[in-house]
Design a protein around this ligand. Sequence first.
Ligand code: ATP
Ligand code: MG
Length: 556
Amino acid sequence: MAYLAQTKGGQPVLILKEGASRSRGQEARRNNIMAARVIAEVVASTLGPRGMDKMLVTSIGDITITNDGAAILDDIDVEHPAAKMMVEVAKTQDDMVGDGTTTAVVLSGELLRKGEELLEQGIHPTVVVSGYRKAAQKAMDILQKMHITVDLNDKKTLKSVAMTSMGSKAVGMARKHFAEIAIDAVKQIAEKRGDRWIADIDNIQIIKKEGESLEDTELVRGIILDKEVVHAGMPKQVKNAKIALVDTALEVKKTEFDATVKIQDPSQMKAFLDQETNMLKEMVEKIAKKGANVVICQKGIDDMAQHFLAKKGILAIRRAKESDMEKLSRATGGRLTTNLDDLNSKDLGYAEVVAERKIGDDKMVFVEGCKNPRSVSILIHAGLERMVDEAERALHDALSVVADIYEKNKVVAGGGAAEAAIARKLRDYATKIGGREQLAVEAFAESMEIIPSKLAENAGLEKIDVLVELRAAHEKPKGHLMGVDVFTGKIVNMHKKGVIDPSSVKEQAVKSAVESASMILRIDDVISGGKTEAPPTPPGGPGGMPGGYGGMPPGY
Ligand SMILES: Nc1ncnc2c1ncn2[C@@H]1O[C@H](COP(=O)(O)OP(=O)(O)OP(=O)(O)O)[C@@H](O)[C@H]1O
Ligand SMILES: [Mg+2]
């Protein structure tokens, strides 16, 4: 329907395109809030170690079974713009801190539910939003005051953090093993810059393989290349490897212009070919002379060059990925060489062993036993394909939280303890605010309690009883450490129990939840253009980009 307005004279004026629609005021807000809350409800049942998993089936029948908030929302194809915002919340949380995606989304959903109640009581959205913002700011202060500093050498605490993050993932008995691997891996790649630690988990390569069990998952102090040794005559294993990392082709370059070489007799032909062979031989010679016994090349290696390398007992790999070359450099300490004339023995990387191994049906080359590698790999084993994928997600969360602790060494008690403590302090704070904003701060405080409440509900506990008991426990000294033990139903000191989360995960969850809820609450007009028809597919390839939502530019 085209959207029309009328002039004073009653003249209709066409404002929006045919097929456009508009919803305003309460209706728009209600729809948005409902859409966002539906998304929050989808993931809420997965929260905590006793949360359930989701099975997601794509249109072509691919199945994913997961408990990971970010993975669930990434896989479901949502249409409503407000629902899309919730998906962004999960993505941001995942990008920033790697864990707590479900918490962030559930919190946002609850802020919206409580916010809607306030709106229905006639409170203006801007008042709700400003109350929420003040409460979020205060929540950050509260977190700052109650967090506990972790010594990076305190392996026990690091392990607890890693185990807590995997509590809800279906990795069962392997959790301990995974936690140890995550700690070792992050420790290996973390770098100190000034007085800060930087731990970029992109420097940890994860390779998945079906077969054997999760317990066989291993940390490789180096890199695993999804490549084979290039020539059958080469050794399949080199110990004490001195590795040349070459990013130029070991081939004779073709000229960029067309040239004709006239050959008049067979000897000239031979000389011409010999010339090429010699050039290749020289290249290999240059590498061998510097003491390399392994060559990893980012580009191609000519058959003849392969032959010469094999004759010298050098193991070579060609067409390695650029990202792998960077990782190899970080792992082996070698420097990438573009010009073989510049190759120096100091540029060679070192690994105790470089070997081709058969993993499942594929051959892979392991570059391992590097001295103090700044990039490492984890080879995940699991019996089933879906298990391997979920194990990867679990490991991702564990690596993320350990990296979070390296970057900001603060933790808070889990099991809803931190959220309950924030709620309690915010209630006190609300009374100081006064006015209508006070109601919003109180609503924020109550929303925080959705986390312990959902943890209890998902564990089959009576959430009201748990919440009453939890509030009472928080009134006592050290109450801020008390949370829900989902396995016994008791309110216990979560820090003592080893259920701890990085402070940064909680901070980020509150930040993204309040941001998204505020944005949705402030919207009072949704204008959507008519759906643009996708242009017909031209022969030989897919058509242009499909229109953004409702004809808005993509990304709306
Ligand atoms: N043994 C436990 N007892 C009580 N609560 C726990 C326990 N282990 C973990 N938790 C709590 O479970 C919550 C985390 O649950 P979960 O991992 O399912 O969601 P998330 O971290 O918010 O999102 P995701 O992991 O999907 O990104 C945290 O509040 C954490 O403190
Ligand atoms: Mg988690």
